[in-house]
Design a protein. Structure first.
Lengths: 451, 451
């Protein structure tokens, strides 16, 4: 069986659904309902008749209709028999949220072994156990927390539920949305390798974010990640870089963190792009979700803030992006269009007197310059009308990376407007430049990228 | 004259006040009114009778009462004579917002020279020209934009108006507030050195953030910054690190960026702490504003998210903080208090089943451990009641650094509550750890810091 039943099930049972708000078995059922899942939803709880207006069954075996996916939130020692019941019911996919398995020691490990044995025998695939579940926005399935429903192009595979949730929360807050979120947990069966393969072929996923603490089959990982990277960007945050971090990994998911340099080499070979933190992971996803691939290294910075332009310059230079000399032709055009106080270099400093019209003139002139591939547009002051200007030039071939800071309430209004039409906005010169550098790195490893 | 008239004037004139919303001369007048300035406010504009309900005068000389501070927003060529009028009126402090001076070339340079000459002759001190103004929340003065009124312990000196405004916007958004904000502009008279000296002795300022592109008197800067650092932390963001960045500095404020390594050495000698970006600058200020100085290197991470705990571990290790082995006594206490699934190491992993009560137990046990100086508390799930727990343990001697991510709406509620009582919350393990490392660095250079 493939993994489709996890992401597009016709129906779902919540085994261990609870009547009590605040309990996971209640919150997850509610999230499935509130995210708008259209298929059958079956709460399973022997002590309740109804939860959240849905008829409740004492056992999965009593559900009269067919069930495709089980979400399991019962104490670990009950899980092997629950999986057995699922098999009898014809279910072939189960997300086991419950903890209390191998992560807790020998006894839990034995329960996990029994569960896997039962699942294997009955042909049931398992995500988890000890995980934060799965979301799939295209079918309104949120078998996880917090509530996620905004559809978007980012998919995430994560060995940490919190990293998963953080990316989702930020993506939702910024109107970006997500496609598929998977918390790996103990990955007793389905692991990051198989999921990478699945998401690589998922037309709704444009970029894959991966948080891992280790992998059990490095060779296979490299092979699959490389194939995935040929199709779409794969961004990896791998923890356990330091000695103490590696020790913590061993306690957390019993993964062998291994020598960090080996992972570096493996990611390179896999053409996956490694990042250093959760925010960098998100910023990169946001860029890939919304921006085209830069066709070369040439960057121009356009700014109303001289200081921010210099900070962006330092960041670009440090990240291997190339600030091109302002092309003579652009300079001549702009000399006629812009007030004399503007500094017609790179960064192009429109000064604190900048207006949206001046940004428009600058972007129009730069669009015609073949040596310019990307434009970091820094708006460092309240700038009414800037959304119209950026959206006009967006998607005309150059990569436009908007950065907004210091503009107060007027800025918040324009930022929301841009995010609404899926134009990403970065909160600082460094974060904008870093996202652009990652976009460029991917374009280069893909060989799409000119020089 | 000292600089007090810039920050605590009895009255202020806005020379070049405008009737038109959107124009700087209007916005700044409005911000002065809206920030709640209690002294006399005198708009000067020969073509208007009244602006925003305030009587307008054709010239500063016509104002019947005495005026302490002038805010000047008229075209540059008029500024020298305006400064002359200010002198006649007895004004000894002027903030010149207008651009069109030395930053634009020779002609503007000549106007700047005339302005300085007049000011020197009349004993007028000038901040600017070509700057984003000054805010001083204790007297409700916002001669700048955007509107700033929330009082707090952070003061900022910045050669970039946008960096200044970005810090202020973030501080306001997070309920932190600011004390004094100064945009240096061309710093034709008052410069970062004199302001550092002033803010070092300002009882309302607990931490000084500094963004500079260069300094004209390195020796004096080091001397004054060192004296300031003895009194309170001085955090510096210096741009122009790279060759292209240094070129951009030369165009922007005509500062000589100089060899970056020289600045590094100078900051070290001055005991100022250098940071790498605007967010890091803000995160450090936030930490100094609200947290005590760590009394040693020993850090424990308490987390509901195993993955985030490992990311924090990597960050701490990389930043020179020392993750202590979980003290045996704490481990024994917690073994009785916490569920067996918790991992009683460092990071202390409360697992996804964490509750506020478990955080309380953990913090109580850690408080008694002398080898623990700081605790990074990561909340990676919705955690009702966590504000009460953190505020209970806050200020009991250990440095508590809360990090929240992935908790959706429930998290936003608790974060707001914490910010309201001036407990800082960091949005990722890396940002929390980085802020703590900077706190620790300062404690060490101050010699307060144990080993």
């Amino acid at each position: 069986m493939g993994l489709k039943s996890f992401f597009e099930p016709a129906s779902v049972a919540v085994i261990g659904a609870s009547t009590k708000p605040g309990k996971l078995g209640h919150e997850i059922l509610r999230n499935i309902v509130e995210a708008g899942f259209k298929g059958g939803i079956y709460p399973i709880n022997p002590k309740a008749d109804e939860i959240l207006g849905l008829k409740c069954y004492p056992s999965i075996k009593e559900v009269p209709e067919g069930v495709e996916l089980a979400v399991v939130i019962v104490p670990s020692k009950l899980v092997p028999s629950v999986i057995g019941d699922c098999g009898e019911k014809g279910i072939r996919a189960a997300i086991v949220i419950s903890g209390g398995f191998s992560e807790t020691g020998k006894e839990g490990g034995e329960i996990e072994r029994q569960m896997i044995e039962t699942a294997k025998r009955l042909g049931i695939r398992i995500i988890g156990p000890n995980c934060q579940g799965v979301s799939s926005t295209s079918v309104g399935l949120c078998a996880s927390w917090p509530l996620v429903k905004a559809k978007g192009p980012i998919s995430v595979i994560s060995q940490s539920g919190t990293v998963l949730a953080a990316l989702a929360c930020w993506a939702i807050e910024e109107g970006m949305g997500v496609s598929k979120l998977v918390a790996l947990g103990n990955k007793c069966d389905v692991n990051e390798i198989e999921l990478l393969e699945f998401l690589a072929n998922d037309p709704e996923t444009k970029v894959i974010a991966l948080y891992i603490e280790g992998t059990r089959d490095g060779r296979k990982f490299v092979e699959v990640a490389r194939e995935a990277s040929d199709k779409k960007p794969v961004i990896v945050l791998k923890s356990g870089r330091t000695a103490k971090g590696a020790e913590a990994v061993a306690s957390h998911t019993r993964s062998l963190a291994g020598m960090d340099t080996i992972f570096d080499a493996a990611f390179k070979q896999a053409r996956a792009i490694r990042v250093g933190g959760v925010e960098e992971l998100y910023d990169a996803c946001k860029g890939f979700a919304c921006l085209p691939h830069p066709k070369g290294d040439g960057v121009v910075i356009v700014t109303s803030s001289g200081g921010s332009g210099i900070l962006a310059t330092d960041a670009c230079e440090g990240l291997g992006l190339k600030l091109v000399d302002m092309p003579e032709k652009v300079r001549n055009t702009l000399r006629e269009k812009l007030p004399p106080a503007c500094i017609l270099r790179n960064p192009l400093d429109l000064t604190g007197s900048a207006t949206s019209q001046m940004y428009d003139d600058a972007l129009t002139a730069l669009e015609a310059a073949p040596e310019v591939h990307s434009i970091i547009v820094i708006i460092g002051d309240p700038m009414p009308g800037i959304t119209d200007v950026i959206s006009k030039h967006f998607g005309r071939g150059k990569v436009i990376v908007p950065v907004m800071l210091g503009g107060g309430e007027a800025e918040a209004v324009e930022r929301k407007k841009l995010q609404k039409i899926h134009i990403p906005v970065y909160p600082s010169p460094l974060r904008g430049a870093r996202a652009l550098a990652i976009l460029r790195r991917y374009a280069k490893v893909k060989g799409r990228g000119g020089t």
